[in-house]
Write a protein of this length. Structure first.
Length: 244
């Protein structure tokens, strides 16, 4: 299959860095977004000016019909998706007893249903070609749990279960499924934390700094590379050795 990547939630943060890294490594990149069309267009224009192939595609990943239309659009423009990066997600903090039914279901519809719908939409072409790669973005909180982030942590744990199970099912078809679990990364999601907490989080990281989106992009690019052809069903933790 031609090197065509779809990155969801790619207008900002980790997704933006992943899309740029893949484009610079020769992938034709579809930049998925939901709201920030301006940021998606800005990235696509910058990559195109550098000689890369890039397009934008909108979808609310919690809606199956929009996801399927997005995948069709990418296939019509570039060709079938050979690499899917399930990055789109939401985060938030609150006490468990204050977590409403609506907010709980919103977390799962975006973070888990989104990965389910998008993976299912790209699989027919991958199965036909007998090759492909899916990289899911989880979190260290999906591995360890986090106080006041029960819903978020639960969804990211579900992503790890999805990764490992789907990898086992698709391995005979030479479709690899892996996961990156970022630590504390400097993105807009940190805006919900008290500013005075950030230096403390950096101190809890043995490498002495918070992560950058580019750190996660490099991990995703490694798992997508042919050099990682014998790696599937794995969770690559990228957290600078973060200590709870």
């Amino acid at each position: 299959m031609e090197k065509i990547a779809l990155v969801t939630g790619a207008s900002r943060g980790i997704g933006r860095a992943v899309a740029a890294e893949l484009a610079h490594r020769g992938w034709a990149v579809a930049i998925g977004y939901r709201v920030r069309r301006d940021k998606a267009e800005e990235l696509a224009a910058a990559l195109t000016a550098e000689g890369c192939r890039a397009m934008i595609c909108r979808a609310d990943v919690s809606r199956r019909e929009e996801v399927e239309e997005m995948v069709r659009t990418v296939a019509d423009t570039f060709g079938p998706v050979s690499l899917l990066v399930n990055n789109a997600g939401i985060a938030g903090q609150c006490l468990f007893q204050d977590l409403t039914d609506e907010r709980w279901h919103e977390f799962f519809s975006v973070n888990v249903d989104g990965a389910f719908y998008t993976s299912r939409a790209v699989l027919p072409a991958m199965l036909h070609e007998h090759e492909g790669c899916i990289v899911n973005i989880s979190s260290i909180w999906g591995q360890r749990g986090a106080s006041c982030e029960v819903a978020y942590s639960a969804t990211k744990a579900a992503i790890i279960g999805l990764t490992r199970s789907l990898a086992a099912e698709l391995a005979p078809s030479h479709i690899r499924v892996n996961c990156v679990a970022p630590g504390v990364i400097r993105t807009d999601m940190l805006n919900e934390l008290p500013p005075e907490l950030l230096p403390e989080l950096a101190q809890q990281t043995p490498m002495g700094r918070l992560g950058r989106p580019e750190d996660i992009a490099a991990a995703v690019a490694f798992l997508a590379d042919p050099a990682a052809d014998f790696i599937t069903g794995q969770v690559l933790t990228c957290d600078g050795g973060f200590i709870l």
